[in-house]
Design a protein around this ligand. Structure first.
Ligand SMILES: O=C(O)CCC(=O)C(=O)O
Ligand SMILES: [Fe+2]
Length: 228
């Protein structure tokens, strides 16, 4: 059993930390938080992902949404499982991200509406080539986030996430990296979904994470756009 964790504990994502996140997001298009998400929660989520793998409850990730969804193992080779709030750890993750959503909306008026999130497992040798998470006018993902769940990550393990400078139009050559993020337990990275190209470099070790997207409400005629 992991130690109890409560996402409302005052020393997690406190005001100073949220202010720093918002400054980074507004100033450079991405924000990096280290050691702010409780390790006990990350370990519980990591354990859950390991169980889902054993139960063969992960499926190969594709690209594109809806009818345009296709498997492209040459572009991304991870396996995923969408979170459904069915466990306490997932509900704690959503509570923590809700805290973030409210703070971002208060400061940046982005009108973030809800979060969709999936576990991701990158087996050794897997990667995700440079991409944008959302195309302007085609999707309503506004802020991307990734929470990493790997207790050990040796320097030579690869698997870093590379973020490139903001680009209004995506090209295959996104330029010089802005930052390389090691997928260490508890590291949380956020960036603008529509303009920041990013990639996952080939990993040498199994790599665990939760990718989440804050969406803008794209409701039409009173019908709320479904998350999936
Ligand atoms: O796992 C990561 O570091 C990034 C994953 C990603 O870019 C995605 O799922 O869209
Ligand atoms: Fe992405």
């Amino acid at each position: 059993m992991s130690a109890p964790h409560s996402p409302t504990a005052p020393d997690w994502l406190d005001d100073a930390c949220l202010d720093a996140l918002i400054d980074q997001l507004a100033g450079q298009g991405y924000a990096l938080l280290e050691h702010q998400v409780p390790a006990s929660l990350c370990l519980a989520l990591a354990e859950e992902l390991a169980t889902l793998r054993r139960q063969q409850a992960l499926h190969a990730a594709g690209i594109g949404r809806g009818s345009e969804h296709v498997l492209r193992r040459d572009i991304r080779s991870d396996s995923i499982h969408w979170l459904d709030r069915s466990t306490q750890a997932q509900r704690d993750y959503f509570a923590l991200m809700e805290h973030l959503r409210e703070a971002i909306n208060r400061a940046l008026f982005l009108g973030l509406f809800e979060l969709e999130a999936h576990f991701a497992h990158y087996p050794p040798g897997s990667f995700y080539k440079p991409h944008l998470d959302s195309f302007r006018g085609r999707s309503n993902r506004v802020i991307s986030s990734v929470l990493y769940l790997n207790p050990e990550w040796p320097r030579d393990a690869g698997g870093e996430m590379v973020i490139y400078p903001s680009q209004p139009e995506f090209t295959d050559a996104p330029g010089e990296p802005l930052v390389l993020v090691r997928p260490m337990l508890g590291t949380l990275v956020c960036f603008l979904s529509e303009t920041m190209p990013h990639e996952v470099l080939p990993t040498r070790l199994p790599r665990a994470s939760i990718a989440g997207w804050f969406r803008r409400n794209a409701s039409l005629n009173g019908m709320v756009d479904p998350a999936l």
